[in-house]
Design a protein around this ligand. Structure first.
Ligand code: ATP
Ligand code: MG
Length: 421
């Protein structure tokens, strides 16, 4: 009897990751399953079935998978969609002999300190850094790296706890702030969160992220996304636009591909973040062994008429798709920008006015009575807007940020004392 097989997606039952299901269906004609800790209370009907298991925890997943194996259902492969499932998905793949990333590649992609050593060893430009835990180690690192520095947790994401410090005093305060962010999120994201990187600061607001399809010893860029950041000293992502005007620039694509092979990522899409110094030189800030988050994949799909999850999941299934990535051509521009109320108590949310024609979707998450803080990371957003234009921009456009600001000012009425420390 043929075994009943399924593809297990981890992190796909998440807002802005919905298109992963469609990508999986395009990649293979199999049932597509997801996992949630309490699949009875959190049943997502999009999926063909849901395992009751913690998607971040390989033991929990193996228990649920084995219970279904006893009933004749076997996973073909387990595919991670976010940082918190890269380790668990690939541990399950290895234990069950399903392929997957090797443990070194997972560590290279999840521990920013180890990542930087691997990048430097391969000659990939990345800011110098030191790993610290205590205040004294921090001050020694500031001395060694030189001010200004960026302080960041070594295994978190979403720009949480990433802070710029221009003085020793700001560095001490920055480490305390970063530790506070980790204390708040450590357990829900299942991270260790015991150490912090102190990094040389690349002083520029020019930044891109690159989606790279990885293969054994090879990599191929699919898309380059232009990134827009909040005012300093934080680095919240406020918008992403696809395709970036840098698309096709070999200095960018070649570097992104080298970064992936340096880390040993041999399957799936990787998300490479590159910052451009004042002289234009590119520096790899980090690499994630999963597709970009924040709805970037949906912008890639609209700009290229190609669902990138199909490539990510197909690659985990062993399909050779580098040529498909190489042949993808953008025909329009698509962007996502985050809504931001001015800091203070939100007194009213005025939705329902006519929207500009380029608006493809809008989602307001804040309610009357909520407190709005200055943009620090993903948690300080009040909603999002997606935009679409028929043209391709030849240079960096500020349109996503401008439209999001106009809409935010129109929608959110904030009053009372500013609450930002
Ligand atoms: N050394 C640096 N020099 C200049 N800017 C930096 C540096 N390190 C981080 N940044 C800025 O901070 C942002 C977030 O840092 P990083 O990507 O390391 O953290 P993260 O929490 O994994 O981010 P995310 O998940 O939002 O991509 C970067 O995109 C970049 O804008
Ligand atoms: Mg990042």
């Amino acid at each position: 009897m043929q075994p009943n097989e399924y593809v297990l997606l981890l992190g796909a039952d998440q807002y802005l990751r919905e298109r992963a299901f469609s990508g999986a269906k395009q990649a293979v004609d199999l049932p597509v399953w997801a996992a949630a800790e309490d699949a009875v209370r959190r049943l997502n009907r999009t999926f063909d079935h849901m395992l009751s298991a913690d998607p971040k925890d390989s033991e929990s997943l193996l228990g649920a998978i084995r219970a279904h194996s006893a009933r004749g259902w076997h996973p073909r492969v387990v595919v991670p969609l976010n940082d918190w499932t890269v380790d668990s998905a690939n541990t399950v793949n290895r234990v069950l002999g399903l392929g997957g990333l090797d443990a070194t590649a997972v560590t290279n992609a999840r521990n920013k300190h180890v990542m930087k050593q691997a990048l430097l060893a391969a000659g990939v430009p990345t800011p110098l850094s030191r790993l610290v835990e205590s205040e004294q180690e921090l001050l020694d690192a500031v001395e060694a790296v030189g001010l200004p520095v960026v302080i960041k947790p070594y295994d978190f994401g979403g720009s949480g706890g990433v802070v710029l410090a221009t003085t020793r005093e700001e560095a001490v305060a920055g480490l305390a702030e970063s530790k506070g962010v980790i204390a708040q999120y450590r357990s829900s994201f299942n991270i260790v969160g015991d150490k912090y990187l102190v990094e040389q600061f690349i002083d520029s607001d020019d930044e891109a992220s690159v989606e790279v399809l990885c293969g054994a010893g090879r990599a191929q860029v699919l898309a380059v996304t232009e990134k827009y950041l909040s005012p300093r000293p934080w680095f919240a992502e406020v918008a992403h636009l696809v395709p970036s005007h840098r698309t096709g620039d070999p200095a960018v694509t070649g570097l992104a591909e080298r970064a992936c092979t340096a880390l040993g990522i041999d399957r799936g899409l990787a998300h490479v973040e590159i910052k451009f110094a004042a002289d234009g030189s590119p520096w790899v800030i980090e690499v994630a062994a999963r597709p970009g988050g924040d709805g970037i994949m949906d912008q890639v799909e609209r700009a290229y008429s190609l669902n990138p999850y199909r490539l990510h999941i197909g690659s985990y299934l062993g399909h050779g798709l580098l040529d498909v990535a190489a042949g993808a051509v953008p025909t329009r521009t698509s962007a996502i920008a985050f809504l931001k109320a001015s800091p203070g108590r939100i007194q009213d949310v005025l939705d329902g006015k006519p929207l500009p024609p380029e608006v493809r979707s809008i989602n307001i998450s804040a309610k009357r009575g909520d407190l709005s803080h200055a943009a620090k990371n993903w948690s300080t957003r009040e909603g999002l807007v997606e935009l679409e234009w028929d043209e391709l921009f030849g240079e960096k456009t500020q349109l996503p940020v401008i439209v999001a600001k106009e809409l935010s000012d129109q929608i959110f009425v904030t009053g009372g004392a500013a609450v930002d420390e």
